[in-house]
Design a protein around this ligand. Structure first.
Ligand SMILES: *Cc1c(COP(=O)(O)O)cnc(C)c1O
Length: 334
């Protein structure tokens, strides 16, 4: 089976760069949703915890259960709200507040301009009143930026809105609230950080999707994808391989089949030019469910060591390339 190598040194390098921005490891909440963006939930949680990270973010409660012993707090972005010592839950709407279990730890998401999730600024006072009435334990207030990765000034405008939110929460006499708004792009972009937490995902895994003019932090990809040889054969000139015979040998060639395909979350790829592996070998013909073919006799090949490079080929972003990888691909830490 194909396998993934997780480079621990690179992961720790990236976390350190983020800690330099936040001023402290304790201010990092590592985002582990979607199987840690394809890197392996429990594995990355363990490595992050060994590095000293105390806070995590996931999407669902079942994910949080798997890593509960490793963190002081785990923020769950979208699930039914129950009372728990470690878990806190995102309040996205006013009705989330009324449905929540009494005493549950909650973090209120305020929409400061992204218009995807969160309560409206106009609803803030009502939300705070309901939270008190329902006897919920409000531990955080959060927002999310819609264009932290673009050069525009929208980020600053959203930040201003969030400052208003902070003030109103303090006026309502809530204590010990953690305020957080930054994702990877925002923390990489900002020169000054004065909040309590960042929710950092993609940057920890080694990718910076910012416009190049912001590129002062160097990050290294954590994941590389490898495949093993299944079989080899010699093709004569004119012979075709794979589904549809999409590739025709133009000379005698030694080809091998390797055990990676779209069954593993690798893209089937309908682009014109072939995908080039890390060793600069083209994938020949069509990717099939479990196999790719290359002109190589090596026992093992590195298909990808930088998802951002791969994402350019597939015309997407690094998030999608790594997140698509099947959780069942075995992982080794190097
Ligand atoms: C996914 C997510 C993040 C992390 O975003 P990155 O760009 O990967 O750092 C932060 N906050 C929320 C609410 C998210 O859903």
């Amino acid at each position: 089976m194909a396998f993934i190598k997780i480079n621990k040194q690179n992961f720790y390098h990236n976390l350190k760069q983020i800690a330099l921005k936040t001023g402290s490891v304790e201010k990092i909440a590592i985002v582990l949703k979607d199987n840690a963006y394809g890197h392996g939930l429990e594995l990355m949680a363990r490595l992050a915890s060994e590095f000293g990270i105390k806070h995590a973010v996931v999407r669902k409660t079942f994910e949080a259960e798997l890593i509960k012993s490793l963190f002081e707090t785990i923020l769950i972005l979208g699930d039914s709200i129950i009372k728990d010592e470690v878990f806190s839950f995102t309040l996205n709407t006013l009705s989330d507040i009324t449905k929540a279990e009494k005493g549950a730890k909650v973090e209120l998401k305020v929409d400061t301009g992204m218009h995807r999730n969160g309560i409206d600024l106009d609803e803030l006072d009502e939300a705070l009143r309901l939270i008190k009435k329902q006897k919920l334990d409000l531990i955080g207030i959060m927002t999310h930026y819609r264009s932290a990765d673009e050069l525009s000034s929208e980020l600053f405008w959203q930040q201003k809105q969030f400052e208003i939110v902070k003030q109103r929460v303090q006026e309502a006499r809530f204590k010990n609230i953690r305020f957080h708004s930054h994702n990877s792009a925002a923390i990489l972009r900002m020169k000054h950080f004065d909040e309590d937490l960042v929710r950092v995902g993609i940057a920890a895994y080694g990718y910076n999707e910012l416009a190049e003019s912001f590129d002062d932090v160097v990050l290294y990809p954590v994941l590389s994808l490898h495949a093993k040889k299944i079989s080899s054969r010699v093709l004569k000139s004119g012979e075709r391989i794979g589904y549809g015979g999409a590739f025709t040998a133009d000379k005698e060639m030694l080809l091998s089949t390797y055990d990676l395909g779209y069954g593993d979350g690798w893209c089937r790829d309908t682009t014109q030019d072939p995908y080039m592996t890390s060793e600069d070998l083209p994938l020949l013909g069509r990717v099939s469910m479990d196999f790719v073919m290359l002109e190589s006799a090596k026992e093992e090949i590195c298909v990808m060591h930088d998802a951002q490079v791969a994402s350019k080929h597939f015309k997407t972003i690094a998030y999608e390339v790594t997140t698509a990888l099947s959780p069942s691909i075995p992982k080794v830490v190097v």
